[in-house]
Design a protein around this ligand. Structure first.
Ligand code: KG4
Ligand code: ZN
Length: 335
């Protein structure tokens, strides 16, 4: 079964074709970094407008690269939420129009289910249950995954998401947007032990809290660099120390989940999962526990259409269809 997946929940316009929920036939992503960078973050209204401009060419390119026409598809999947309302509606309305015109079945996908399904792409089928950490700009969630669309929430952030923390720290350090990638890059030259930052809620269950870490960084910068003149080497040390605090916290909580539940593998997903330090640390954690690690390549960790097609495959198989009157959801728990 070939499914076309469409994703417009935030600042990426993306479409991809996936066969049987596993094999990527095409995956086209158009980011909006150029559009939002001067504002230091995503401007929802601009995001929606850009989606409208580029969504048709992106879908066409996904079909072209897969060497397919609409006739060759077996179904359609679109992100129905959570995300920016206006942005979601662009994808949802286009998907409804294509479904009506083509007669193809259409299903609405939860964006988090999409991130999890990215871990199942282009790899041997997984054994369940899995432990999963989904870390993105809007979510920091620990799940037990019992089947591709069957998640049990085990822990979540009480305030900022990990990606949000990266983005805010980058802004504070004057690194601009997109923040996570810039901190990742700069950290490679920095000393992660130079500055002491907290590991929030370390011994308090499986929930996270990252807003205090951001404040701690801001206090640290004000104390160490009162004149705000921060040299290149200092900046790299600050970035590396901040990254280490986030990564260690994520790894510590994931290890705590592994202590509590018996699983067959560990899955890491979401934009922050493209962070190199986190990838190394999770690889080490899985090795120590003797667990299979499902870690998508960086381009499948950030938002894309293939992950929506993969989740959509399972959704269509289970008979879920999008009602033509259905709305998008800005909030929509995945479990
Ligand atoms: O999953 P995603 O593409 O979109 C959402 O669903 O939110 O995740 C975007 C988030 C942003 O906060 C971004 O800064 C972060 O993922 N991110 C990273 C890296 N690449 C993207 N954070 C740390 N290191 C990276 N290499
Ligand atoms: Zn995402």
């Amino acid at each position: 079964m070939n499914i076309l997946g469409l994703e417009t929940s935030c600042d990426e316009t993306a479409a991809g074709v996936v066969e049987d929920g596993r094999r990527i036939r095409s995956n086209v992503v158009q980011t909006q970094f150029d559009l939002h960078s001067r504002y230091g973050g995503v401007v929802p209204e601009l995001a929606s407008r850009r989606h409208i401009e580029v969504v048709l060419p992106v879908v066409q390119e996904a079909l072209d690269r897969a060497g397919m026409a609409l006739d060759d598809l077996d179904g359609l999947a679109v992100t129905q939420g959570p995300g920016l309302m206006g942005a979601l509606l662009v994808g949802l309305n286009l998907a409804k129009a294509v479904a009506l015109a083509s007669g193809l079945p259409l299903t609405g996908v939860n964006h988090i289910h999409g991130h999890v399904a990215a871990g199942l792409l282009d790899v041997e089928p997984a054994d369940y249950p899995l432990a999963a950490l989904v870390v993105s700009g809007g979510h920091t969630n620990l799940y037990q995954v019992r089947a591709p669309l069957d998640l049990k929430l085990e822990g979540q952030t009480r305030d900022d998401a990990a990606g949000e923390a990266f983005d805010k720290a980058a802004k504070l350090l004057g690194l601009g947007y997109p923040g996570g990638v810039r901190i990742d890059r700069l950290s490679e030259q920095g000393d992660p032990k130079r500055f002491d930052l907290p590991r929030p809620m370390k011994d308090q269950g499986l929930d996270f809290s990252f807003s205090g870490l951001k404040t701690a960084l801001s206090v640290l910068v004000a104390r160490e660099f009162p004149d705000r003149r921060i040299g290149e080497a200092d900046l790299a040390d600050l970035a590396a120390s901040f990254q280490a605090a986030v990564v260690e916290t994520l790894v510590f909580k994931t290890a705590a989940l592994l202590d509590r539940v018996e699983v067959k593998g560990l899955l890491l997903a979401g934009g922050v999962a493209s962070n190199r330090s986190l990838r190394r640390a999770m690889t080490e954690l899985a090795r120590r526990r003797g667990l299979r690690l499902l870690l998508p390549p960086p381009e499948l960790c950030t938002d894309n259409g293939a992950m929506i097609a993969a989740a959509g495959y399972h959704s269509l198989l289970s008979g879920r269809r999008l009602d033509m009157a259905a709305d998008a959801y800005s909030r929509w728990p995945a479990a």
